[in-house]
Design a protein around this ligand. Structure first.
Ligand code: SF4
Length: 320
């Protein structure tokens, strides 16, 4: 059996939008509202959904940049749900985050090599020569050999993302949460970064949670894909199966924009009507019901259970 590097159970993240006299939340944005999934060792799990679906909040809660409201986060066999921030150092050696905007995550006043040396120092590498050696190795790995003594502004966008990837790799992580890692880059550069991420994954045995709104990239990279809608995962399946046979009406619409998604000879683009409802007051029953052409009374009364359609394909919809 493949080992799970990450397991998330009933994860919730609510943000208070209204508070009472005592500062207690009375109304909440339910950004993530009961999410379950796992990532196997060496696996890439894609996480897709429209903007506002809760993808980024899920990633940031898992890495504990945000405190979960409820649920469990088991990373590499350890429950890190309530680990105090100061005790998370060991976790951060093994779980890293790569953001969308590499410029914002680099210190403009520090040479990039020195910034990575600092990370190594904080994580226990006290010998300077050893740190320098590791920096050379990392820059070599990401295709930036000899560029260690430059400042962030001296790099192009794609090169800066390579620096961020080198920094993420510095402490030998097992899991990298990639949050829209290529969406701020030119299309021509995107392919280079994607190929770099894939080759590093194969070479170092990494796992990724790959959050993206770009379905083509997710289809290309992922082993399995989870589809999120309004704070919930509505479908999860092996990538090939999901893009060929999406089951949930939302997944069908979302994936219909990608050529090759859906079975049948004619692949028609499905246009979703209406807006994503407010996560402060989501629809009762199935959250997708206000935009679903198959909705019945049952859908407004009872939240659908998750059912297995076989071969790791799970869907939450009353049609199944
Ligand atoms: Fe549509 Fe009902 Fe399925 Fe929700 S449960 S996706 S409303 S058919």
């Amino acid at each position: 059996m493949t080992a799970k590097v990450l397991e998330v159970q009933n994860l919730k993240k609510y943000f208070p939008v209204k508070t009472n006299l005592f500062g207690r939340g009375t109304e909440f944005v339910k950004a993530v509202d009961g999410v379950d999934f796992h990532i196997n060792s060496g696996e890439i799990l894609g996480l897709v959904g429209e903007s506002g679906s809760g993808k980024t909040t899920t990633g940031r809660t898992i890495i504990r940049l945000l405190d979960p409201t409820e649920g469990e986060i088991i990373f590499d066999g350890q429950d890190i749900t309530n680990t105090r921030k100061k005790d998370l150092r060991k976790t951060y050696e093994q779980m890293q985050l790569v953001f969308q905007d590499p410029f914002a995550s680099l210190n403009p006043r520090k040479k990039v090599g020195n910034a990575i040396e600092e990370v190594l120092y904080v994580h226990g590498m006290k010998d300077r020569a050893q740190r320098r050696e590791r920096v050379f190795e990392l820059f070599d790995m990401v295709g930036l050999r000899g560029e260690e003594d430059k400042y962030p502004h001296e790099f192009s966008g794609g090169q800066r993302q390579r620096v961020v990837i080198a920094r993420a790799l510095a402490v030998d992580p097992k899991l990298i949460i990639c949050d829209e890692p290529v969406s701020a880059l030119d299309v021509s550069i995107q392919a280079q970064i994607i190929n770099l991420l894939m080759s590093l994954k194969n070479r170092l045995g990494l796992s990724y949670l790959f959050i993206s709104h770009d379905l083509r990239v997710v289809k290309y990279m992922s082993d399995r894909v989870a589809v999120m809608y309004l704070g919930k995962i509505v479908e999860i399946a092996p990538a090939e199966e999901l893009f060929k046979n999406p089951a949930h009406p939302y997944s069908k619409a979302l994936l219909s924009v990608v050529s090759g998604a859906g079975s049948g000879r004619k692949k028609k683009k499905i246009i979703l009507e209406g807006e994503v409802p407010s996560p402060v007051d989501p629809p009762s029953g199935c959250r997708f019901r206000t935009r679903c052409k198959y909705a019945t009374e049952l859908c407004s009364e009872i939240e659908p259970q998750t059912k297995c359609l076989g071969d790791e394909h799970y869907v939450s919809c009353h049609l199944y």
